[in-house]
Design a protein around this ligand. Structure first.
Ligand code: GEK
Length: 243
């Protein structure tokens, strides 16, 4: 399924609406995320490797905020433990119906169940791996503690949470530097200054970043034994939390 080039913010928009994962985004999503999130492909590949290390026989692997199923497919092609199933969840019907088509075309053996729901509302149980790949940042701040606790409770002993997020830096110079470098990354990938600034406006109050210290604190307070960054490229990082 070919992805179209992302030109959603290429023309002046006047008032920039809050970002929504609708049909117009679905059509350009692979191009958008690839050109906007430093290290996205490396993270997707490594999710498969991590899942193959942590998936336990007869368990469930969750991809929460699955979009078009990139992390799901990476896990599906790497997990060797017997009798695993992947549960992929997203609350955008546009994303999920395109994701279903992509999964249907894939021939790997591990069953995948797609669920259209808010990720906070699903039952998490018997999980060996849970993936939140750039999704927690869209959950309201007040709900994040309870949600991470719910994931911890649903994980089996020895389970893994992969949490990828855009990070905030408390030091102002560091925050300015990382933001500047992210914009340089986007411009090097063909986005104009106007595209960068209109996209930024659309994500304001929609994508709420936290610092690594805040994430680590929440993960440890929720019960995880440890939480560390395993990948970082400017202000985009992926953490692994171990139960
Ligand atoms: C990937 N993980 O390619 N409930 C369910 N889904 C949600 C919610 C929610 N409350 N909030 C947002 N989403 C993917 C990339 S994209 C990241 C994840 C990005 C969904 C939303 O519909 C979208 O599909 C996804 O989370 C975020 O590995 O676009 O920056």
């Amino acid at each position: 399924m070919n992805s179209q080039k992302d030109t959603l913010y290429a023309s002046p928009l006047g008032n920039v609406d809050g970002f929504k994962f609708d049909n117009s985004v679905v059509d350009v999503f692979p191009d958008m995320i690839q050109r906007s999130v430093p290290g996205y492909s490396a993270i997707i590949s490594a999710i498969g490797l991590l899942a193959s290390r942590f998936a336990q026989p007869n368990s469930l692997c969750y991809d929460l905020g699955c979009s078009l199923g990139a992390a799901t497919l990476s896990m599906r092609h790497k997990i060797a433990a017997p009798n695993c199933k992947i549960i992929a969840v997203d609350n955008s019907t546009a994303m999920l119906s395109r994701c279903q088509k992509i999964i249907d075309r894939d021939t790997a053996a591990i069953p995948v169940e797609l669920i259209c729901s808010d990720i906070q509302d699903i039952n998490i149980q018997n999980a060996s791996v849970v993936v939140l790949n750039f999704t927690l940042q869209f959950i309201p701040l007040v709900d994040r503690d309870a949600f991470i606790k719910k994931i911890y409770a649903g994980l089996l002993p020895g389970g893994l949470l992969i949490l990828s997020e855009k990070l905030l830096f408390k030091d102002t110079r560091q925050q300015a530097l990382q933001t500047e470098m992210h914009h340089a990354f986007k411009k090097a990938n063909g986005y104009s200054d106007m595209e960068v600034s209109q996209k930024r406006a659309s994500l304001e109050n929609v994508l709420i970043s936290e610092s690594f210290a805040e994430h680590k604190n929440r993960l440890l307070h929720s019960g995880f034994d440890s939480a560390e960054v395993w990948f970082q490229y400017f202000n985009f990082a992926s953490m692994c939390a171990l139960k």
